[in-house]
Design a protein around this ligand. Structure first.
Ligand code: GLA
Length: 373
């Protein structure tokens, strides 16, 4: 493969440590880029065709730069095509055809942002190949715009931002209302983050996700009549009783309660990490999961099962679902030295209950996209 393609690029996946379903509510999130990767092999063509191939699926898609309209049959290639579409819409010159071959070891559709990884990687590679002067922040914005406008998921900026801005051994605290961020060195000392993949295919993710976004927007519209706010995350938990009164709607109140408290947990988590208070970190993860399960209702049987199993393990101090939810992955903070024991314990118990094999693995915190050839 290395010989027949001119360039090779790679981009990471991500896990969000804390701040779930917060980005589109204008609050703060705390994600990290991880060492599961999408690779992109690239070469120019002599015509205006663009082709998309993957070592992970059988699909081969051929399109043309003159017609980038959304076509359902283009399947996952709509992610890279969406990026090209947005770049051209913004006036960037993409005037030569090319072949793109993707390869990924990110479990697809598992809540680790395999799609944002493809989007950011495509934008990063095209910026290099066509000499477009686009910074990392702008790459994240273009990739997000492709996902929202072209692929139809009303997602926030978190995934694309951390994948584009990722830095080895650092997380970012990202203020999603203004897209401001700062790096936070991550040192879990004797502990580590394990990723627990439920292998439960995420169900209804797009529709349920968009439904949550709509619920939050409806709540915001009502609350704007009572408070001088631009986002739900401008509110704080001292106001919860009054907010309940103003909303007069139990479902919307549960959603808003999650958003406000989860946003506050981001700083609590950062502070606890700063003083190496691992018990506190574990408790914050547990609180976050309970809130996503009971108030935001984005968990589900498989995620709850794997999180409960993890929490029952002696050297796990806390676990929670990560990402959009409705299936996918959880994270757990565990003692490093107990990893093998933890992995066997979780995989065995999870199979007993669900008859599905889970995968438990360790991840390292990685850099954003790179050109590797
Ligand atoms: C998905 C979205 C993100 C974010 C998370 C939930 O990963 O793409 O923008 O909303 O869900 O925190």
């Amino acid at each position: 493969m290395n010989d027949i393609y001119d360039s090779i690029y790679e981009a990471p996946a991500r896990v969000n440590l804390i701040g779930e379903h917060i980005d589109y509510n204008g609050g703060k999130v705390f994600p990290v880029a991880i060492n599961l990767k999408t690779k992109l092999y690239f070469r120019f063509r002599k015509d205006l065709d663009i082709t998309f191939n993957s070592l992970n699926t059988n699909l081969f898609i051929k399109r043309n730069l003159e017609n980038l309209n959304y076509e359902k049959t283009s399947d996952w290639a709509n992610y890279p095509i969406g990026v090209i579409y947005i770049l051209k819409e913004k006036g960037y010159i993409i005037n030569k055809g090319f072949d793109m071959l993707f390869e990924s070891n990110i479990p697809l559709g598992s809540g680790l942002s395999s799609s944002a990884s493809i989007l950011v990687l495509t934008c990063y590679a095209l910026a290099k190949e066509f000499n477009l002067n686009i910074g990392k922040k702008e790459i994240a914005k273009i990739a997000q715009e492709a996902e929202v406008k072209y692929c139809g998921l009303s997602c926030g900026i978190m995934d694309e931002a951390i994948i584009s801005l990722g830095k080895k051994n650092n997380g970012i605290i990202l203020d999603c209302s203004e897209f401001k961020y700062s790096y936070v060195p991550i040192d879990f000392k004797d502990y580590t983050i394990a990723v627990l993949q439920t292998n439960k295919k995420r169900a209804l993710t797009e529709s349920k996700y968009n439904e949550r976004v709509k619920e939050c927007n409806s709540a915001l519209e009502i609350l704007k009549k009572h408070y001088n706010i631009s986002n739900l995350c401008d509110l704080n938990s001292n106001e919860l009783e009054n907010i309940k009164e103003s909303l007069k709607n139990d479902i919307l109140f549960k959603r808003v309660k999650h958003v406000i408290k989860e946003n506050e947990r981001v700083y609590e988590f950062k502070n606890a990490l700063g003083i190496f208070d691992f018990t506190k970190l574990g408790n914050i993860l547990k609180e976050s999961h309970d809130s996503l399960k009971n108030d935001y209702e984005t968990s589900g049987f498989h995620l709850d099962t794997i999180v409960d199993i993890a929490n029952n393990f002696k050297d796990c101090i806390g676990a929670r679902m990560t990402g959009a939810g409705f299936g996918g992955c959880a994270i757990a903070l565990i003692k490093k030295e107990s990893f093998i024991e933890f992995k066997n314990y979780v995989e065995e118990k999870y199979f007993e209950i669900t008859k599905i094999n889970a995968n438990v693995y360790l991840v390292e915190i990685e850099d954003g996209p790179k050109k590797i050839k």
